[in-house]
Design a protein around this ligand. Sequence first.
Ligand SMILES: NC(=O)c1ccc[n+]([C@@H]2O[C@H](COP(=O)([O-])OP(=O)(O)OC[C@H]3O[C@@H](n4cnc5c(N)ncnc54)[C@H](O)[C@@H]3O)[C@@H](O)[C@H]2O)c1
Length: 317
Amino acid sequence: MMFWQNKTVVVAGGAGFIGQHLVQALLNANAHVHVIDNYSTGHTLEVQPRHPHQLTQQQHDICDPATVPHADVIFNLASPASPLHYQSDPIQTWKTNLLGTMHMLDHVLACEGTLVQASTSEVYGDPLSHPQKETDWGNVNPIGPRACYDESKRAAETLLIDAVRTKGADIRIARIFNTYGPGMGVSDGRAIPNFAAQASEGKPITIHGDGTQTRSFCHVSDTVAALLRLGMVADAKGEVVNIGNPSEVTILEIAELVNALFGNKSEILFTPRPIDDPQRRCPDISKARRLLGWTPQTTFKDGILTLYQSDRASLRV
Ligand SMILES: NC(=O)c1ccc[n+]([C@@H]2O[C@H](COP(=O)([O-])OP(=O)(O)OC[C@H]3O[C@@H](n4cnc5c(N)ncnc54)[C@H](O)[C@@H]3O)[C@@H](O)[C@H]2O)c1
């Protein structure tokens, strides 16, 4: 990881779940890191710099322009990520992913640096083909309750790729699939922290739908390794890359595994499925393998164990 040594890296959304893991990895690689966050879903930084001057932070909403330090690389992770959060204020979700991304674009152009944009597998919507390839156009309901996130992330991709074409900007887009790991918030409504919190309290796990829908969960350590590779490889300018773990599991299998790990004997409860919830999600990662020389290392069974400290979930309350 010599690449990151003494680089100045701005991480927008660095106080969030993936952000804090990314910031720690950058600090470990001897980068200077500047975190920008409005702390809407993020929390106090729990990272360990090697020396006091290695890390700075700025409380700021990226929807507003700001003076941000010169950066070699910017990671733009700032966006609500769980349906609960992005649907609670859809207009703010739009502003963050459009205005906020525009401000990050202005900054990277001024710095002549590299921007790594956190996009999402949600750009594929309820996919028509499996596994999803970067060339798929997606199947998104533009007026559904999830559209504020899916469509604003799609629009941000369009904006950034236009900037690559017209301004020669060095932008790389990560289409991140479901990521999990220590530090997720129990109240953010995502399946794994929800299940872990319920099972750790001996309560019934609640599943939306019949549990046959699949997801491909990638451990946060693998997601961060891929983001770092995407920020540093020489020939990734203008590339869009799926980052995820291609092993598909059903939601019911996850609930059963979590119950077994916690010794939770409570039954599983089934509740109505949210509107536009995708039935299948699985990344084709052949491009990430080729371009980044990356492949996920953590199996789901091993990864889920990192969520537990003895009989408690290592989640934020
Ligand atoms: N976790 C996943 O499974 C997943 C999957 C696909 C894509 N992503 C993307 O990765 C990124 C990080 O996701 P996460 O799971 O860490 O989410 P998170 O909610 O934990 O972190 C997002 C961070 O962005 C900050 N933020 C939100 N709006 C902001 C604004 N307007 N200005 C400044 N800061 C703002 C929040 O306070 C938080 O610290 C997001 O862009 C998300 O869309 C995540």
